[in-house]
Design a protein around this ligand. Structure first.
Ligand code: MOS
Length: 739
């Protein structure tokens, strides 16, 4: 039996380091004579810099240099070299490239000084003259100019199925409805930051906030024409990412530029306001035409998506694919068009496309259920999808019905009355709503290395990240479980570009990808140990194969007689140098491509709406998740809780407001950009239903970083309709829209 560590709600192995401040983030690494950078951002949204005068800034004692497009060094300036692993098709933004302004708050100068305060003050003294050009940041006004991108970053819209126009026309029950999701900005606790430590040997060590050190490494190597091995990127801890760290942000480029020019160590931290000067969740409008039979069978579904992008990159995400995954329907037509604006390119944000796409779909389906006078859950069961119709593939597993069942029971859904405004408590209207969701369970190629030392301590490593998801912990658990070691004997290393290859930490694929590599390398160590165990004098496991032995408690023992055992430390004496070292590169199994791997969720929500004030309280949330095998119920629950909290924020609070007079997001700080606080969060219950999946990846886990958010905001919006009878079709549902 080796399965005693996976499935245990272990505490985070890095928890102590985090709460004691021992864990270091990018801006906490230091060096002697460290210099500090501060970025000056453009005051206009589009046009040209006609003059930039840095003399007053440079005149201050302690200001070392001000970098602008005028004095920037001439490294590599082809835009292709700025394409990182997560770049959408197009021409990536190049900081300080020339005098062109392409978007509001574009970085235009970097001040480097002996203190942060001095750099910031000097930044205010940089004088800039502009020639303004007309810009367009108005999403709604440009929907009619939307275009189909030549190339989709995400899955291109599947071809139409059946005869969606005829089927719609002849459907007895029809709805046509439009939903709108605002732009949102990532607000991790840790701002984007880079510290470059300049070595005496002229080599740099780069500490960067990033969701994948090898992405920063490659980006810097390309942009500065440096050999990969000369670019060493380290990021042991990340204070939240949510997608903002999938692409290297401009502070990385600027810090490296300054350090190389000055041959000094430099640190640059963006301010909270500057966190609103790059990628964001794109504003998205979803138009639906849905037809059904009188008894609630879906006959036709048309979904047209319009989403914001920049003028220089075509950003798309998986907004349209969800009907094909979540609802059985034979006549479907989907489209995804882009609205090009003078803004920075949008960027993946937790469940990119799923969050917006499932929000619109699930609210539209709720409308249909009401029109049919059907219970929303019954309606979903009636149109349950047994396969992924986009790709015509069976699911690798799908326990969504179990999510419905357990979620509904825990919530008490059967006590719901169908009519809106039919449940009251004093002056509060009570609403119960639900929605379901899905998120793809992808596996990416990844590598891992394992070193088992003479004393039985194991170190496993991979260049992945831990953006707060619990990667250190679950990888340690997978390794400990595979080799039958106590968790305390295992160390997992990550966040260093010299470690074995890792995909970005994103897409909820870290456990499936890196976890599978960790398991594979530990399996290799296991085989090696068994081989070596044969060489032990009078070996108790002589002649045994892997199937007939167990690895547990630091021993190998015979299954048929566990008293016949040999300690790993004894076995290791047979190894060359007393230790075992193995490395593997792991790829998804080919048979996976015959299946559609998705995690699923069903969310049930209660809201209380004050009829006089329009204030909404989300009093209860029950979220049931089918996410395959749960490696660590504790960190898993945290992931889903985080998704629910963000879903509450998305439904009721979050919105980046574009000021079309200035071409910039006007609420660019946490005072005016609202995120949920403790007082917004009440009862949240997380259920993991049992789901066995031998196909999805060798671990059987589907990833939980994103499935927790997708069905929350629509369930809340649907509950608000049930409470009030008012259908608000744009997020966030603030009280002014309810009064
Ligand atoms: Mo996530 S948006 O893939 O970090």
């Amino acid at each position: 039996m080796t399965g005693d560590k996976i499935g245990t709600p272990a505490n985070r192995v890095d928890g102590r380091a985090k709460v004691t401040g021992e864990a270091k983030y990018a801006a906490e690494f230091t060096a002697p004579d460290l210099l500090y950078g501060f970025v000056v951002n453009s005051a206009i949204a589009k046009g040209k810099i006609t003059k930039i005068d840095t003399s007053k800034a440079l005149a201050l004692e302690g200001v070392v240099e001000v970098f602008t497009h005028e004095n920037r060094p001439g490294y590599v300036w082809f835009d292709k070299n700025y394409q990182d692993q997560d770049a959408p098709p197009g021409s990536p933004f190049r900081p300080l490239y020339d005098n062109e302004i392409q978007f509001g708050m574009q970085p235009i100068a970097l001040v480097v000084a002996e203190s942060f305060e001095l750099a910031r003050y000097a930044g205010m003294l940089v004088e800039v003259a502009y020639e303004q050009e007309a810009f367009d940041s108005d999403f709604e006004a440009n929907i009619e100019n939307a275009y189909e991108p030549k190339q989709y970053k995400a899955t291109p819209p599947p071809k139409p199925r059946g005869t969606p126009d005829n089927a719609l026309e002849s459907a007895p029950v029809q709805i046509e409805t439009t939903y709108s999701h605002p732009s949102e900005h990532h607000n991790p606790m840790e701002m984007h930051a880079t510290t470059v430590v300049w070595g005496d040997d002229g080599k740099m060590t780069i500490y960067d906030k990033i969701q994948g050190v090898q992405n920063s490494q490659k980006y810097i190597s390309q942009a500065f024409a440096l050999p990969m091995e000369e670019v060493h990127v380290i990021s042991p801890f990340v204070g939240g990412g949510f997608g903002s760290g999938l692409r290297p942000q401009y502070q990385l480029f600027l810090t490296v530029l300054a350090a190389r020019e000055l041959k000094r160590s430099v640190r640059l931290v963006l301010t909270r306001q500057q966190m609103f000067s790059f990628g964001h969740r794109p504003k998205t409008t979803l138009k639906f035409k849905i037809g059904a039979s009188g008894d609630g069978k879906l006959e036709a579904l048309q979904k047209d998506v319009f989403a914001e992008t920049s003028r220089f990159e075509d950003y798309t995400e998986d907004v349209v694919i969800w009907p094909g995954v979540l609802y059985k329907c034979d006549h479907v037509k989907l489209s995804h068009k882009l609205v090009g604006l003078d803004v920075y390119t949008p960027l993946d944000m937790r469940a990119p496309g799923g969050t917006t796409g499932i929000y619109g779909l699930e609210c539209a389906m709720d409308e249909m259920a009401y029109k049919l006078k059907m219970d929303p859950l019954e309606f979903r069961l009636k149109n349950y999808s047994e396969k992924d119709q986009n790709k015509d593939l069976p699911f690798s597993s799908k326990e969504l019905k179990e999510c419905y069942q357990q979620g509904a029971e825990k919530f008490g859904w059967d006590k719901r009355s169908l009519e809106p405004r039919s449940m009251k408590e004093g002056h509060n209207l009570i609403g119960w709503g639900m929605a379901h969701g899905a998120w793809e369970a992808k596996q990416k190629p990844a590598a891992a290395k394992a070193v088992l030392e003479a004393n039985g301590n194991l170190t496993v490593s991979c260049a992945t990240a831990d953006i707060g998801t619990g990667t250190y912990t679950v990888m340690s658990q997978i390794a400990a479980d595979t080799l039958g070691l106590p968790l305390a004997a295992v160390t997992f290393k990550l966040g260093d570009s010299t470690l074995p290859m890792s995909p970005l930490q994103g897409g909820s694929w870290t456990v499936s990808s890196v976890g599978s590599a960790v398991k594979a390398v530990c399996d290799k160590v296991k085989q090696k140990l068994l081989d070596l165990a044969q060489q032990v004098a009078n070996s108790p496991v002589a002649g045994a194969d892997l199937a007939s032995v167990a690895f547990s408690d630091g021993k190998i023992s015979l299954n048929r007689d566990p008293s016949k055992a040999v300690a790993l430390t004894t076995v290791l004496k047979q190894a060359e140098g007393g230790a075992i070292e193995e490395e593997v590169s792991n790829e998804p199994a080919e048979e996976q491509s015959n299946y559609a791997p998705y995690a699923h969720s069903a969310t049930f929500v209660e809201v209380k709406v004050d009829e006089d004030l329009g204030t909404v309280k989300v009093t209860r949330v029950v979220s049931a998740i089918a996410g395959g095998r749960i490696i660590n119920p504790k960190t898993a629950r945290s992931q889903i809780l985080g998704g629910v909290v963000w879903g509450i924020g998305a439904a009721m609070e979050e919105e980046s407001v574009m000021d079309n007079n200035l071409g910039r997001f006007i609420n660019h700080d946490l005072d005016k950009y609202h995120v949920p606080v403790n007082a917004d969060i009440h009862d949240v219950e997380v259920i993991f239903v049992e789901e066995k999946d031998d196909i999805v990846n060798p671990i059987g886990a589907k990833g939980l970083g994103e499935i927790g958010i997708v069905s929350v905001a629509p369930a809340i919006a649907n509950a608000i309709f049930h409470a009030t009878g008012k259908r608000v079709r744009e997020l966030p549902i603030t009280l002014d829209k309810l009064l």
